[in-house]
Design a protein around this ligand. Structure first.
Ligand code: LRH
Length: 485
């Protein structure tokens, strides 16, 4: 049995609670059983810096482990979280400060300086990463100007930090390490060149391990605190998106995926990275996946825009649960207002309905006034962004796409799935909803010797236990979608 760690869904816009799931599963057909779920949100500290509460989150992880242990013996533990964020350890291995959350604005001041030392085209050829202002490379540059840098001996990405707290072993899991933009995609190791040019000590991150390698076993202290034995902790696709895409119930390779939650990660799976200037200019990334795969994708801002809108309405006492909200949105006229949801304005937390209104006005479109209109605007705008990302991915990589797999919480959002099918003209297969947990479990089950085979074989095992929903493109909608975006 297995227990993946938290994700960064502050609130799923598809209906789930604000939470981080712990899922126990057996690999007997892969039945995922949730044993714990807990909230996770970044909040501003006294100085206004957005931080995660990782120490508290770790207590929840222990609680989840106790619950999982109570449900039966555990064969393994695998941890995944959102990418790019890290904790700094001092010389005694103590966490220096709660990790800063990637939506904090601290990197704004340093991005030009990083690019002056490493021009973006060099950075792309070495790391293969799209430009995202929160990539670890920029966060570390901001850190270099902050109070902790002088005492920092080591940096651990968040799943690696949780694994360290569980086992005492320090590693850098490969899929997540690639999201830092400091990994050399040619060698799969930390880039000495980039670290040198940016004055980052070569040993800041521990050595790279692959998904499937054993990180360690639960330390004696954690065994005592959880009532568990020396359970192995395996490296999995510790970048949540790597695990999510490992769960895609695809049989061939001619698919696109949308890992749909807080973010929508939209792209194709490749054997080798695409490092052309055209690819860089289109802001496509070559994140590393399980079993040597490349996730060639673009970050689309995702259901975050809607979940933040809901948070704002809730605060004003005008909240509507997601189910009725989407039903009302379905009654609204489609494609009335299409916004570039990937605009940086939508990255930080805040009043999304107001930001959408500004963008609508600036582009001469009707302002979405009601929550239903806002939801419709977000759904339609996402569908247009998905279409663009899937077209670009095919054009830039040469990979043909004949079906779209939607995994994650957004797979339950019927309005969005249908809009995606209609906008792209491609069938959409929705599910699994807990794709990240499933991909995590599949990889550690293989590591533990419970499953065998390549990624396609693992996917087939995972698919066996799923109820998938298929959406066909509605031909009568084709012209309407062709006219927008
Ligand atoms: C999704 C995700 C995504 C990253 C972002 C930081 O949860 O890991 O793949 O770009 O969070």
């Amino acid at each position: 049995e297995v227990l993946p760690g938290p994700n960064n869904r502050p609130r799923s816009a598809s209906g789930a609670e604000s939470s981080a799931p712990g899922v126990a599963g057996t690999s007997d057909g892969v039945v995922l059983r949730e044993v714990a779920r807990f909230p996770n949100a970044a909040t501003a500290d006294d100085g206004g810096t957005l931080r995660w509460h990782l120490t508290a989150l770790f207590e929840e992880v222990l609680e989840g482990l106790r619950a999982a242990g109570g449900a039966g013996p555990l064969d393994g533990i695998g941890i995944d979280t959102w990418a790019v964020d890290y904790g700094l350890l001092d010389a005694d291995g103590q966490l220096l400060a709660e990790p800063v959350a990637y939506r904090d604005s601290r990197t704004e001041a340093v991005i030009d300086d990083v690019h002056a030392r490493v021009p973006p085209s060099d950075l792309y050829v070495i790391s293969g990463m799209q430009h995202l202002p929160f990539n670890t490379i920029y966060q570390l540059a901001a850190e270099q100007r902050g109070p902790w840098w002088g005492r920092a001996e080591q940096a651990l990405l968040l799943p690696d930090l949780l694994a360290y707290w569980l086992t005492g072993a320090r590693v850098s899991e490969y899929t997540n390490a690639s999201s830092t933009a400091l990994l050399d995609q040619r060698t799969g190791q930390w880039s000495g060149e980039l670290m040198d040019r940016l004055a980052i000590p070569a040993g800041l991150f521990p050595p790279v391990v692959q998904p499937g390698e054993q990180i360690g076993v639960l330390s004696e202290e954690i065994q005592r605190r959880t009532g568990l034995g020396p359970v192995p902790v395996y490296a999995v696709g510790s970048h949540d998106t790597a695990s999510a895409v490992a769960s895609v119930p695809a049989t061939g390779s001619d698919f696109a995926y949308i890992s749909s939650g807080t973010w929508s990660l939209v792209g194709v799976e490749l054997d080798a990275p695409v490092l052309t200037e055209a690819s860089r200019e289109a802001n496509f990334t070559n994140e590393r996946g399980v079993d040597g795969t490349v996730r060639y994708l673009r970050n689309v801002m995702g259901l975050w825009v809607l979940s933040e809108s809901q948070r704002v309405w809730d605060e004003r006492g005008e909240g509507i649960p997601i189910g009725p909200l989407l039903q009302a949105a379905a009654e609204e006229a489609p494609r009335r207002t299409i916004i570039d949801v990937d605009h940086p304005d939508f990255l930080p937390p805040g009043d999304m309905p107001a930001r959408l209104a500004e963008h609508a006005t600036a582009t001469g479109q009707p302002v979405p006034e009601t929550p239903a209109q806002v939801a419709r605007c977000v759904v339609d705008s996402l569908a247009v962004a998905y279409r663009k990302a899937i077209e670009d991915a095919q054009r830039l990589s040469g990979q043909r796409v004949s079906v779209i797999h939607v995994v994650g919480g957004g797979s339950k959002n019927e309005l969005l799935c249908q809009a995606t099918a209609d906008a792209t003209g491609l069938p959409v297969i929705a599910g699994p909803e807990e794709g990240t947990a499933l991909g995590n479990v599949l990889v550690q089950a293989r590591a533990a010797g419970v499953l065998a085979g390549d990624l396609t074989a693992l996917r087939a095992v995972g698919a066996g236990g799923l109820e998938l929903r298929r959406y066909e493109p509605d031909a009568s909608e084709r012209e309407g979608w062709a006219a927008v975006g």
